[in-house]
Design a protein around this ligand. Structure first.
Ligand code: GTP
Ligand code: MG
Length: 702
């Protein structure tokens, strides 16, 4: 109910709470029980056991958070809201948001998992954290009054019990309430002491000097119970027949009027979201309320299941994905509206961020490309955006506990504005900011000290231009991210103090414009054939001749595929001031080359004069571009490619699902419709045929 962050004014919600209390108060008796620990240690089995459900041999890994209520057998007054957190690292950023309130926190561990650095479940690899990490999470992210239980699970026999959990001495000394327990959900050992401890911890937490008995408006409780009944009723229906997955705002407001005693449905919604009854983020999910949270979280995390195909595709595309891809590979059974909702959910949990929008279709439809930071490559890749040499400004934030949520949150804020103008890898990003004309590089480091692998630091660097001003802005970005994920640095070290005159402003990451105009060469790479060698030789000669004149021609010799690299190169070419196109028959038959050529045409707005002013063409001998017949040949060629691919897609389900096939289909269509126009526009004007002519027309004219 209280403020979620600095910009959040809680006054209206507090007023609503008291107004609802005045209309009739009730005690809830609810206490949150948060289960934390590595994947597979047995948290869900403990939750099931408390709810008197049978033990399940299978490990059905929890996605995100599962919330359920149980009334403790010996203590009817206490209703425990169990928050069963999935143990995988990817969830940690989101979990920090839920840990801050008063709750009983149970850290579950077992010696076998403790001994394994990694483990695999349903094709997913989990990175295990030591018990001390989880204790540090509870200590740094949990409420100061929250009782802490350290539970050793899977103690099927007495001999398996470890009397002293492997925790550094003194780590939990300052906690007012900690207890060690040993249980086995399978052999049903330790249940009585677990129940007794839970009841005791709940009573302790609800003592007047701490949480106190929680009183809420009776109307609020009625709405909450009504919603819980709707959710519970659905649990007995088969997944296809569930009726209460989502609730519109109107339906919720009606529910509040029926229940009576609710002065502000919006304030109640914030309360119910914090209680875990519903999931709601104002402005997101089309303003609908998610009742069936497991359904939504399952859909989101299906993206990360290796055997569903999306995982591999996204990995291959360096963390990039589109809604189309997920719709084909994991969300076939969900409507477009539901898919949008899942994407919103991914964004609001920091699992993905919008990276850029682009148009590949000729009809101008926009495609949104997202990045899933967790699936970015692990290696640092500043990709030439950072100039070697000392950074001008550095700021280092040291954290007693650092998890991946922080860098993901920073990336989401900056990356949402940067589009393709930044480089990302799993632990950082790099780019160039327009207003300050300064470069930035942000990355995180954890695990340098094996004794405390959960400690880490985030380092910000800025270079060139107004590096200090940009640094002041970036520090604010990090402070906002800290707030969102619930982290606090122990120390902050700055190379120079902040400038008090720096006004907050939005950051714009752009391509850094070099001092010189950017020149590129687009050609079909050489192969071992005579023609191939000749093509390569002419490009070498061109680059050398340019170098003699003090010019650099950018020549991307890296393997380009119709994917991320190519799109990045295309965007650079799109901004290129001059592009040399070395035409050959191989060029006109190559999808990559044709992509570059049609991009040049598109970024010249299909204006022949603008196109010719930027492009310098040199056609190699035997290139078929000079007659109508030649040009028609290329139309036929690309039409044929399009038809062939279309047939394949129609024949094979697998081919139909591949994102690349759909993209290529659109591109082949684009090539066939534009190739003749582009070529006749060029051949209508005299083109150089010898290298000397090319030198004159391309290098000596400016
Ligand atoms: N022998 C034994 N196995 C157990 C016990 N409790 C859980 N397991 C097994 O451990 C595996 C994982 O249990 P879960 O409760 O799903 O683990 P979790 O901690 O919820 O895992 P995530 O949801 O992935 O974070 C399952 O195969 C269980 O059958 C126990 O008391 N004894
Ligand atoms: Mg679980």
């Amino acid at each position: 109910m209280l403020s979620q962050d600095l910009g959040d004014n809680c006054l209206n919600r507090v007023r609503a709470h008291y107004a609802d209390l005045a209309a009739g108060a009730a005690e809830t008796g609810r206490v949150k029980l948060i289960l934390l620990g590595n994947g597979g240690v047995g948290k869900t089995q403990i939750a099931r056991w408390l709810a008197e459900k049978p033990f399940d041999e299978a490990w059905d890994s929890t996605h995100g958070i599962a919330v359920g209520g149980v009334t403790l057998a010996d203590d009817a007054a206490t209703q425990m809201q169990i928050w069963d957190f999935g143990g995988q690292e990817i969830y940690h950023g989101a979990h920090a948001l839920f840990l801050g309130g008063p709750a009983v926190i149970a850290i579950v561990w077992d010696p076998a998992t403790e001994a394994e650095p990694m483990q695999t479940c349903n094709g997913l690899t989990f990175r295990n954290q030591p018990l001390a990490y989880w204790a540090a999470v509870a200590r740094h992210l949990g409420h100061r009054d929250s009782p802490l239980l350290v539970i050793q699970s899977k103690c099927d026999r007495l001999e398996q019990e470890v009397r002293t959990p492997p925790l550094p001495a003194g780590l939990l000394d300052h906690r007012p309430y900690t207890k060690n327990l040993q249980v086995s959900a399978k052999a049903k050992r330790g249940r009585a002491s677990l129940l007794e401890t839970l009841a005791d911890a709940a009573t302790w937490l609800r003592a007047p000097e701490r949480l106190g008995a929680v009183r809420v408006g009776a109307g609020r409780l009625r709405v909450q119970q009504r919603l819980e009944a709707m959710i519970a009723a659905d649990q007995y229906r088969s997944p296809d027949e569930r009726q209460h997955r989502l609730l519109t705002m109107d339906a919720f407001t009606d529910l509040c009027s029926e229940a009576g005693g609710v002065s502000s449905p919006a304030a109640l919604l914030t309360y119910l979201d914090a209680e875990g009854t519903v999931l709601h983020r104002p402005g997101l999910f089309d303003d609908r309320i998610i009742l069936d949270q497991n359904w939504a979280l399952e859909a989101v995390y299906a993206v990360f299941e290796r055997d569903r195909g999306a995982f591999t595709e996204i990995r291959r595309a360096n963390g990039r994905f589109t809604r189309d891809l997920l719709a084909r590979l994991v969300w076939q059974n969900h409507s477009a509206a539901e898919q949008d909702l899942f994407l919103d959910l991914m964004r609001s949990c920091g699992i993905a961020f919008e990276h850029r929008r682009f148009t590949i279709d000729d009809d101008g439809a926009e495609t949104i490309e997202y990045i899933a930071p967790e699936l970015l490559p692990a290696t640092t890749d500043t990709g030439g955006l950072w100039t070697a040499g000392d950074p001008t400004e550095t700021v280092t934030f040291d954290y007693p506990l650092l998890h991946g949520g922080l860098i993901r949150s920073v990336m989401a804020e900056l990356g949402g504005r940067a589009g393709a103008n930044a480089r990302y890898w799993r632990d950082g990003l790099c780019g160039f900011e327009a207003d300050s004309q300064s470069r930035l590089w942000i990355d995180q480091t954890t695990g340098t000290d094996p004794a405390t692998p959960w400690q880490g630091h985030l380092r910000l660097r800025t270079q060139g231009g107004n590096a200090r001003e940009l640094m002041d802005q970036l520090v604010r970005v990090v402070e906002r991210a800290q707030q969102r994920v619930g982290l606090t640095p122990s120390t902050v070290t700055r190379s120079s103090p902040p400038d008090p005159r720096t006004e907050p402003r939005a950051l714009t990451l752009v391509q850094e414009k070099p001092n010189q105009p950017e020149w590129y060469v687009s050609y079909a790479w050489g192969d071992d054939s005579e023609d191939g060698k000749a093509r390569e030789a002419i490009v070498d000669r061109l680059c050398d001749a340019a170098a003699e004149r003090g010019r650099v021609i950018v020549r991307d010799k890296n393997e380009l595929s119709l994917g991320d690299n190519l799109i990045r190169f295309m965007e650079r070419i799109g901004q290129g001031d001059r592009v040399f196109v070395i035409l050959s028959n191989k060029y006109l038959a190559s999808p990559n080359c044709m992509f570059e050529l049609t991009e040049l045409w598109r970024t010249s707005k299909q204006d022949p004069a603008l196109f010719r002013s930027r492009v310098r063409i040199c056609a190699l001998p035997k290139t078929e571009i000079w007659t109508d017949d030649h040009r028609n040949h290329w139309i036929d060629h690309w039409e044929e490619q399009e038809n062939k691919l279309f047939e394949r897609i129609q024949k094979s389900k697998i081919a139909a699902m591949a994102d690349a096939n759909h993209r290529n289909l659109k591109l082949f269509h684009r090539f066939s419709t534009q190739v003749a126009d582009i070529l006749s526009n060029l051949t209508d004007h005299i083109q150089p045929r010898t290298f000397e002519e090319l030198e004159q027309y391309g290098l000596d004219d400016c």
